[in-house]
Ligand binder design. Structure first.
Ligand code: 7TS
Length: 417
């Protein structure tokens, strides 16, 4: 125990050091030091990311892929360098497999409307799980309305884990696509994506993995996972909002029809016929979020200065510290107790609505998210309308967990009958 304490302490010292890179963490809220535990919604940004974006606007703002002038060339170079950084971050084969989009949501809609709409028809089936975020449900429902395909749902057990036997049973000759989350945003569950992909591939079915919650918590290797598509948002990876990535295997992306039409995605246009650009530009219509992409590059560089082992160990240590502390609060139930999970703690408190917990915690400076977390089917599965959710990032400390637990006790006092 002593050794564990020491290790955890070392871990906290490290987090205190990382904190200094994030200017907003010095803020006070309602006169209290900010305890930011809403990282699954969006992470805070290190100064390096903020400066990279402003450096672009201050020093070389220009459009990409179109100008021969110096600023445009510099902007294009900076933008394209990030594609290579993303390629290395997720171990894609080629930068052509990296499509810049608005975020996870747009990445999934792109696959649904391009890949899905061109290939699916009535009677086909798409397999999702019960723990999906709405952005990995609704695009498929729209596709089902358009094509007559049907959704099949992998159930979740009481711990919040996918039931793999049920998944195996769902795969059949009608299955055309599997779309599952790598990590649940409401439960923290890490899904066995490699096994999920392998099983689907046995049936010749491609798999889209929603990596929104995984990308900042786990090393991601799309080649090892062998997924066909992988989607994530920069803003959950210490980067800016409004930008994200769709990874797709080159052969699949090549064969897919274009998604949006406009500038940059064409080869030549006449009123009679338009021919399209090559990968990855074929899927990037219009002026992209150049500053956002450059900010994403800075976020990847920032994370590159930290060992994954350290990040994962810190996340696990915080979760291991916080879980028993919260669980010991009388009337508190943790939703999501998967054996393999990241630092996300969803809970309900007897006799209190989640929104009241959120408001009372806010008055103590503790920022958490409350509600259904865009996973309404999962809330139904657990028989709750909403949860309160604390989610950790690299800069969170045990001290902050203590502040959370203390604030929960205070909130309970307010609601004592
Ligand atoms: N998929 C998962 C698993 C998510 O957690 C989210 C966002 C998305 C997709 C959508 O990402 P976006 O960047 O396109 O919006 N999740 C959350 C959350 O848990 N709280 O706020 C947003």
């Amino acid at each position: 125990m002593k050794i564990l304490d020491k290790l955890m302490h070392h871990d906290d010292v490290q987090a205190q050091f990382w904190r200094t890179d994030f200017p907003v963490l010095k803020s006070r809220v309602h006169g209290k030091p900010l305890v930011y535990l809403d990282n699954a919604a969006t992470t805070q940004k290190p100064l390096a990311v903020i400066e990279a974006e402003s450096d672009y606007y201050l020093n070389y703002n220009a459009n990409v892929h179109r100008g021969v002038h110096a600023l445009s060339l510099r902007a294009t170079e900076a933008y394209e360098e990030v594609r290579v950084k993303v390629q290395h971050l997720i171990n894609a084969v080629s930068p052509d497999e990296i499509i810049f989009v608005r975020g996870t949501t747009e990445a999934i809609n792109l696959v649904a409307q391009s890949y899905g709409r061109s290939r699916l028809q009535a009677g086909d089936e798409i397999v999702l799980s019960e723990m999906e975020h709405h952005s990995n449900i609704v695009p498929w429902q729209i596709l089902c309305q358009q094509t007559g395909a049907k959704l099949r749902i992998i159930p979740v057990n009481d711990l919040g884990e996918l039931q793999m036997e049920a998944y195996a049973d769902l795969l059949n000759e009608h299955t055309r696509l599997v779309a599952v989350t790598h990590v649940s945003n409401s439960l923290g569950t890490i899904n066995p994506v490699k096994a999920i992909v392998a099983l689907a591939h046995e049936h010749g079915v491609p798999v889209l993995v929603d990596g929104a919650q995984a990308i900042a918590h786990l090393p991601v290797d799309v080649r090892d996972m062998d997924c066909d598509f992988y989607a994530f948002s920069a803003h959950k990876l210490y980067g800016p909002t409004g930008v994200g990535v769709l990874y797709g295997k080159a052969a699949l992306l090549e064969a897919m029809p274009v998604y949006q039409g406009g500038g940059d995605m064409i080869n030549s246009v006449s009123f009679g016929e338009t021919t399209f650009n090559v990968l990855p530009f074929k899927f990037e219509a219009g002026t992209p979020n150049i500053a956002g992409v450059i900010g994403l590059g800075a976020a990847i560089d920032y994370l590159g200065s930290i060992e994954w082992d350290e990040l994962v160990a810190h996340d696990r240590a915080l979760l291991a510290y916080a879980t028993p502390l919260l669980a010991s609060v009388s009337g508190l139930r943790i939703i999501g107790n998967a054996r393999d999970k990241i630092g996300i703690l969803s809970f309900v408190l007897e006799g209190m609505h989640a929104h009241d917990i959120g408001t009372l915690l806010d008055s103590e400076g503790v920022a958490i998210r409350t509600g259904h977390h865009c996973t309404m089917p999962l809330m139904q599965r657990f028989g709750v309308p909403a949860t309160a959710r604390a989610s950790f990032a690299l800069y969170n400390t045990r001290q902050e967990v203590d502040a959370l637990v203390e604030a929960v006790y205070k909130a309970k006092e307010v609601f004592r009958p």
